[in-house]
Design a binder for this molecule. Structure first.
Ligand SMILES: Nc1ncnc2c1ncn2[C@@H]1O[C@H](COP(=O)(O)OP(=O)(O)OP(=O)(O)O)[C@@H](O)[C@H]1O
Ligand SMILES: [Mg+2]
Length: 296
């Protein structure tokens, strides 16, 4: 009961916050310079107050994830509700960004995603330049357990080392890039990744597209966190207690295309989370043992 009350209080607090705050940047964002790598096209921009923003023009790969922006927003809402460290996420009409939208290609043309810019390195860059400090980024294994449990529940199988930002000033980790998350049509995946056919069993356990540097490898091989320490993610109690009305509200208000199916699936997964997470953890243990044995 206490967890349900906690979640409901947070829900109303954030709803109120979003009402008074909305998008704080001036739509006339200027100084566009390309930013980062990745599948989507991103620009670093500045509003009239000097605040920096990342504007992301998303691909609708083969027309397979038309609600990629909405999924980014929805997963941000759930992650924030559950106390994970995420970056404020807004969907904006693309009118003001028309020059930024590539004329050809599979892009979502009528909207963009905007996020405050974080002075950061992603984990991939961070590891390349400062491997020692990276060990201290996840000194609390509950944080790691919470991240994996959340991604198991919401469904995200695109978790590479570039999808985690480490803020320079305090080494705080932020989870980003959730456009392909949430239940989709695939029976094989828990997410809406546009290429389920490219996933093998390994990639599914690692929750990462084959060939990308996975967060999974970073956690269990690079910094060597013990899988056995991830048995009881504190976030599970919160997920189990998200009232269904909140799941529906977030899915519907963010305009997920098939929000009924999306919300129903998340509500069902919520009830099965103990079983599902345990199953994943067993598979993860097996995979890590195998990788250590084979020194991969
Ligand atoms: N809010 C932000 N602040 C600072 N840098 C950011 C921010 N968002 C993204 N970046 C930079 O852009 C990189 C890629 O971001 P993101 O994963 O969202 O892009 P993407 O094109 O959707 O990636 P993918 O190829 O995985 O789909 C990050 O690793 C980071 O370097
Ligand atoms: Mg990414």
């Amino acid at each position: 009961m206490i967890y349900k009350i906690k979640i409901i209080i947070r829900f109303f607090y954030f709803s109120l916050l979003d009402c008074v705050r909305s998008f704080s940047g001036d739509l006339a964002l200027s100084i566009a310079e390309p930013l980062g790598n990745g599948h989507n096209v991103k620009f670093l921009m500045q509003d009239r107050k000097g605040k920096k923003w990342v504007v992301k023009v998303c691909r609708n790969t083969g027309g397979r994830v038309p609600d990629i922006c909405e999924r980014e927003k929805t997963t941000f809402l759930f992650a924030r509700l559950l106390g994970l460290s995420v970056v404020d996420t807004f969907i904006l009409p693309s009118d003001c960004f028309s020059k930024l939208i590539p004329a050809d290609g599979d892009f979502i043309k009528n909207k963009v995603v905007a996020l405050p810019y974080i002075e950061s390195k992603n984990i991939k860059e961070f590891v390349a330049t400062n491997n020692i400090i990276s060990r201290s980024l996840f000194s609390d294994s509950n944080d790691v357990a919470n991240i994996f449990a959340f991604y198991d529940w919401i469904g995200d199988e695109d978790r590479g080392t570039e999808d985690f930002l480490v803020r320079i000033r305090d080494k705080k980790v932020f989870l980003i890039d959730h456009g392909l998350s949430g239940p989709g049509q695939s029976k094989l995946l828990r997410s809406a990744h546009p290429y389920p056919e490219n996933y093998n069993a390994d990639a599914i356990i690692k929750k990462c597209y084959p060939g990308k540097d996975s967060f999974f490898d970073y956690i269990f091989l690079t910094i060597g966190i013990n899988v056995n320490n991830l048995c009881n993610p504190p976030i599970i109690k919160l997920i189990k207690n998200i009232p269904n009305f909140i799941i529906r509200r977030y899915s519907k208000n963010s305009r997920i295309l098939d929000y009924e199916h999306f919300a129903l699936e998340l509500a069902t997964r919520k009830n099965n989370i103990d079983r599902d997470y345990k199953k994943w953890l067993e598979e993860a243990k097996g995979k890590v043992e195998e990788m250590i044995e084979n020194k991969i």
